[in-house]
Design a protein around this ligand. Structure first.
Ligand code: PEP
Ligand code: CO
Length: 456
């Protein structure tokens, strides 16, 4: 086989990508992007791969989260800061449960292109092409807004670069204030919940106090004042991905310079399709969404194509089946992985299989379904003796009302209050933190079961 080229995907069947009408305009944008600096560096992608490898072995745990779709309109420093902050809080809670480092990866700085379930959308008898994310077209329901415009890739690049810049500053700026754990539960109102969470928060606080007494504080200890934070997005718009792909001079391998980790969506994982062809050639860690229609045969082909050297941390399998369905689908995929002796990191996305339409007409996700899918996921891995390596959420640091439920119960009627997502409904800050506490409990139980087994 001849060497992989970053343009090889062009000869493969492609789905979920726009048909740009102005080829000259598209070529000009691609040429410009090809001269821009990459947003991430090969060494960082390799380090993330090592961390994900550790998560696959149960020696770390992945927290991946952020917007369903980043938006040009809602782009702001405060928005980035708030999501970053909630993820750090969640990570601290998860670290407590997992007793291993939490690897933090944002759905940020490039999460602009969206696969859609239908190519067109009809409103009041008018049919227009679907919105496909701000990097492609516009949400407004007019014929002009829905025309794919290649210029938008330049704006996406600029926004992604500014986002990465801010994240890098936050990560080293001593932003993570570990000493305020208790105040995080102040948003909870239900008495029982407050008590439950404040117990964990108290124990975390005790550990911090103990360390402080021993002289280990943010002032003295690098680990307390800096965090590793990585970026990720769905590698959907391949013209953009190809234009940002660079040869890494150290290893002679190709780097997707658009983000540290890129994933393949549930609708674009055809083993012979364009997206798999692109992703198989880059050195970055790759995510692969696994849904109810993923067959064991396809998964085996995909694993050998996407991770031919069976590297640890190279391939993260992101399960998204829907509440109550992991038991039906996950075991066959776990078996396929075992049969191949493949190294993978199993992660749970409890969002994409749990989208429903509320009685008030909004696309939403019940918090209870999200939680149930996480529990199913842990349950199957426990039964199979395999390792739950992380979680993947659509979430924001803002106080939105997009998913129903949680301790500050968002009702179907509340959804219209602050429904801001450009695509799928996200957990708000309070729901995200609550979920972290619940996942931490699952992780604690798992640890307890493991140590009983080792002792017995
Ligand atoms: C997503 O992660 O935003 C997404 C579209 O997921 P999936 O491909 O699993 O449906
Ligand atoms: Co989504």
């Amino acid at each position: 086989m001849s060497e992989w080229q970053k343009s090889d995907w062009r000869s493969k069947p492609r789905v979920q990508m726009p048909d740009y009408t102005d080829a000259a305009a598209l070529n000009a944008v691609e040429a410009q992007l090809s001269n821009f600096p990459p947003l991430v560096f090969a060494g960082e992608a390799r380090t993330l791969k090592q961390h994900l490898g550790a998560a696959g072995r149960g020696e770390a745990f992945l927290l991946q989260g952020g917007d369903c779709a980043e938006s040009f309109d809602q782009f702001s420093a405060d928005g980035i800061r708030d999501t970053f902050k909630v993820m750090l809080q969640m990570a601290m809670v998860l670290t407590y449960g997992a007793k291993v480092p939490v690897v933090k990866v944002g759905r940020m700085a490039g999460q602009f292109a969206k696969p859609r379930s239908a190519p067109t959308e009809t409103v009041d008898g008018v049919e227009l092409p679907s919105y496909r994310g701000d990097i492609i077209n516009e949400l407004a329901f007019t014929p002009e807004a829905r025309i794919p415009n290649p210029q938008k890739m330049l704006q996406a690049y600029t926004q992604a670069a500014a986002t990465v810049n801010l994240l890098r500053a936050f990560s080293t700026g001593g932003f993570a204030d570990m000493s305020r754990v208790h105040s995080w539960t102040l948003g909870f109102t239900d008495e029982q919940e407050v008590q439950k969470y404040s117990e964990i928060a108290s124990r975390i606080q005790d550990s911090i106090d103990f360390m402080a007494a021993a002289g280990i504080t943010a002032d003295t200890t690098h680990e307390f004042s800096t965090v590793d934070f990585y970026t990720s997005h769905e590698g959907l718009l391949l013209e953009y991905e190809e234009a940002l792909t660079r040869l890494d001079s150290t290893s002679g391998k190709w780097l997707a310079g658009s983000g540290h980790m890129i994933w393949i969506g549930d609708r674009t994982r055809q083993p012979d399709g364009a997206h798999v062809e692109f992703c198989r050639g880059v050195l970055n860690p790759i995510g692969l969404k696994c849904g109810p229609t993923t067959t064991a045969e396809d998964l085996k082909v995909l694993m050998s194509r996407l991770n031919p050297e069976n590297e640890e941390g190279k391939l993260t399998l992101i399960a998204r089946f829907g509440a109550g369905k992991a038991g039906e689908h996950l075991p066959r995929l776990v078996k396929a992985v075992k049969e191949e002796g493949a190294n993978v990191t199993w992660v749970c996305d409890p969002m994409h299989g749990n989208t429903i339409k509320s009685s008030t007409g909004y696309k939403t996700r019940p918090f209870d379904s999200v939680l149930r899918e996480v529990r199913d996921f842990f349950g199957v891995h426990k039964a199979e003796g395999t390792i739950p390596g992380g979680v993947h959420f659509e979430m924001t640091g803002q106080d939105v009302t997009e998913c129903t439920g949680g301790v500050r119960a968002v009702t179907e009627e509340d959804l219209s209050d602050r429904y801001h997502t450009a695509c799928d409904p996200r957990l708000n800050a309070s729901q995200s933190l609550e979920l972290a506490f619940l996942v931490a409990e699952e992780l604690s139980d798992l640890r307890a079961a493991q140590s009983t087994r080792q002792a017995g």
